[in-house]
Write a protein that binds this ligand. Structure first.
Ligand code: SAH
Length: 260
């Protein structure tokens, strides 16, 4: 017996179509030309040909189907056909992770994007082993993560800020959820009442006492605990983001409509 595809499953564009965030603003009928690494990816890696479908996003208008009108050696030209989805609405959560060693911080950038944060604001603390972030590289990681998990919005990326400077300029309407392995309220309980918030996660060696005191003294700070075990910083970030998304973000009440 043949299995009919669900009527809600669109046959076009194909699920396997490459997805890319592009620098151009997109509109029906526009023609855009990609070069550099994006042309290399489409031409050499994906071996696209004229007529193939590519899914493109611009982080402004949403997600579009396009077709290849020209695939040359160093450039690929696409014609924007139709909008598939508007830009997603993004839950209002920022992640403020202390900078970590490069590969560990890459994990934080990738996973935070997949889990749906609105903004990543790196912080520099006294025990940080790194004090710089390669923004171009960070942008590549978050963009690839967004493409891979079919987000239609990229997280904003802040320049790293010293903890004290960040606390000083903190907006007066955003709760500071402080992941403190030395004690705090149960995360899920606190998160439920905080749907405009930021999560602060310390570096490998944790915050020092003065930093912990400074965060706790902030009027918008809420210390939270992620349980009895001391987690690596990247695990703490992933765990806290997941809890927040499920009680205050867009996992709460989300039911998959079963189109797969
Ligand atoms: N000070 C620790 C390690 C810090 S873990 C030590 O060296 O022993 C890195 C960061 O992850 C912490 O600063 C904190 O923000 C977060 N974290 C890890 N485990 C946590 C827990 N159980 N509850 C809350 N936050 C935690």
């Amino acid at each position: 017996m043949s299995v009919e595809p669900s009527p809600r499953t669109p046959a076009w564009p194909p699920k396997s179509a490459p997805r890319l965030f592009v620098e151009h603003r997109l509109e029906e009928g526009f023609t855009i030309t990609l070069d550099g690494p994006q042309a290399h990816y489409l031409g050499k890696v994906m071996r696209v040909k004229t007529g193939d479908t590519i899914i493109v996003c611009d982080d402004q208008t949403g997600e579009w189907a396009s077709s290849v009108v020209d695939a040359a050696k160093r450039s690929v030209t696409l014609r924007i056909a139709e909008r598939l989805r508007p830009r997603e609405s993004v839950p209002d959560l920022w992640l403020c992770p202390a900078l970590l060693k490069k590969d560990r911080f890459d994990i934080v950038l990738e996973k935070a994007t997949e889990l749906g944060v609105a903004r990543i604001q790196p912080i520099i603390t006294r025990r940080c082993v790194a004090d710089k972030l390669n923004q171009a590289r960070a942008r590549t990681i978050t963009t690839e993560a967004a493409e891979q998990c079919a987000r239609t919005a990229l997280p904003e990326m802040g320049e790293p800020l010293k903890l004290e400077a960040m606390l000083k300029q903190w907006p007066d309407d955003r709760t500071l959820l402080f992941a403190d392995e030395q004690g705090g309220e149960s995360a899920a309980k606190v998160f439920r009442d905080n749907n405009k918030a930021a999560l602060i996660i310390g570096p490998e060696g944790g915050f020092d006492d003065a930093e912990r005191a400074a965060i706790r003294a902030h009027p918008l700070a809420q210390p939270i605990s992620l349980g009895p075990r001391i987690l690596r910083a990247e695990t703490a970030a992933i765990a806290a983001l997941s809890i927040w998304m499920s009680v205050a973000g867009d996992w709460a009440g989300y039911k998959n409509s079963g189109t797969e």
